[in-house]
Design a protein around this ligand. Structure first.
Ligand code: PGA
Ligand code: ZN
Length: 418
């Protein structure tokens, strides 16, 4: 049982406040977790509690920290819970709103993740193993999708698409995949330094050179993969993109790319052209979260060729994923625990996707901490895919390093897509 609940305001990787929670158990074990934060958040996500006012530009989380100390603390120390679902339900009931707006999804997700660690500790199991047992999944080392070129809401350049990722699908192990990703990242750094005067980094550690077209970004990736001595290809070193189309949607099924206005069908044509020309295995949020017609049009054209992932479209909500499966919006769901607010609902989202033949990609947020929960989540649920940014910067590599640690300790867990 939980004897003490504490919380603090800490900084995330963007220098904004976030919530860290610590649950001390009777035996002295301390379960710690912290909440990540998105920049290109979906409209249907669970809601963070931010203080407003002038401190930290209004982004303080002292209110959420206080909610953990004064409301969630007594809930957890005065009752005991047998399952993470029971505990998460109690958190939701205490909050009382459908989107966790009162206590804050940032407070609740940190508590739920810490509680999951406490359950695994009580079962004397590593977190990934505990997650595999409660979900009935075979453990799998996920294919990392390294976001090495950043645009959209994550960078100051004029690139409309948010993320360009490389995925070492063909690697034999997680360690080999990480090595491949790091080598290509460095080859890309050399290319960018030769070609552009300045290349800063985006929020997820990828480069943000002054480019404004997806073709330029994709040409750079293919060149970097080749320079590093690898072969670009959907079954070798594949490319994945997250255009994050909310960011360039004009509403009403119209979009603006590189200054040009596109209708739905023109955007579908554009994606198809890119898929014809580059080794793209996956496109996430190719259409805006409210453009269901766009999603259906894209699926009709490309679902049998590549993976189509819903992020803002589904916000890790099982009910929305079920809808998407029935309406044929996409073939995969992005999984971010803080979008829905609790671990058990995250597991429900994965189950909903899976029982409808959809793939899952576990994901970080653009604002991150050193918390590595998503690494264990990806392994334990056998998702087969993860994205955690570039193979550089502490908050990004913390997840990849946790994956290679799990692999080193459990060499029989197979690597690869599910
Ligand atoms: P976010 O971006 O964390 O800023 O929402 C990540 C994504 O869109 O996948
Ligand atoms: Zn996304």
């Amino acid at each position: 049982t939980i004897s003490t609940v504490t919380a603090e305001q800490i900084l995330d990787s963007r220098g904004n406040p976030t919530v860290r929670v610590s649950l001390r158990l009777d035996d002295g074990f301390e379960a710690v977790a912290s909440a990540p934060a998105g920049a290109s958040t979906g409209a249907f996500e669970a809601v963070e509690l931010r203080d407003g006012g002038s401190a930290y530009g209004g982004l303080g989380v002292q209110g959420a920290v206080t909610a953990v100390r004064t409301e969630i603390g007594p809930l957890l120390t005065h009752h005991s819970y047998n399952t993470i679902s029971d505990l998460d339900r109690a958190l939701r009931d205490l909050d009382g709103t459908p989107n966790l707006a009162r206590l804050g999804a940032n407070a609740v997700v940190a508590v739920s993740i810490a509680a999951t660690r406490a359950f695994a500790h009580r079962a004397e199991l590593p977190l990934h193993r505990w997650l595999s047992l409660v979900t009935g999944s075979a453990e799998r080392m996920p294919v990392p999708h390294f976001n090495v070129l950043n645009g959209g809401a994550h960078a100051a350049n004029a690139l409309d698409f948010q993320e360009f990722m490389i995925a070492p699908v063909q690697a034999a192990t997680e360690a080999e995949a990480v090595q491949t990703g790091a080598e290509i990242y460095h080859a890309l750094a050399r290319l960018i330094r030769e070609k552009y005067a300045a290349a800063g980094l985006g929020d997820e550690g990828g480069f943000a050179p002054p480019i404004d077209s997806a073709e330029e970004a994709l040409d750079l990736l293919v060149a970097a993969i080749t320079d590093a001595g690898y072969t670009p290809g959907v079954d070798s070193i594949a490319i994945a993109m997250d255009p994050a189309a909310n960011g360039f949607s004009l509403g009403g099924g119209r979009y603006r790319l590189a200054g040009r206005e596109l209708a739905r069908d023109e955007l579908v044509d554009y994606y198809e052209n890119l898929v014809d020309s580059y080794p793209i295995r996956s496109i996430e949020d190719g259409f805006a979260e409210d453009d269901h017609e766009g999603w259906i049009a894209l699926s009709e054209r490309l679902a049998d060729r590549i993976q189509l992932v819903g992020d803002d479209l589904y916000v890790t909500d099982a009910a929305r994923i079920l809808d998407g499966a029935h309406e044929h919006y996409s073939t995969a769901a992005l999984i971010k625990p803080n979008q829905i607010g609790t671990v058990s609902q995250t597991l429900d989202a994965i189950a909903a996707a899976r029982s409808n033949g959809m793939a899952c990609m576990v994901s970080h947020r653009s604002g991150e901490t050193e918390d590595t929960f998503i690494a264990d989540l990806a392994v334990g649920t056998g998702a087969g895919q993860i994205k955690s940014g570039a193979p550089a910067r502490g908050e990004r590599v913390a997840k990849y390093n946790r994956l290679t640690q799990i692999e080193a300790q459990n060499p029989t867990i197979p690597y690869g897509l599910a």
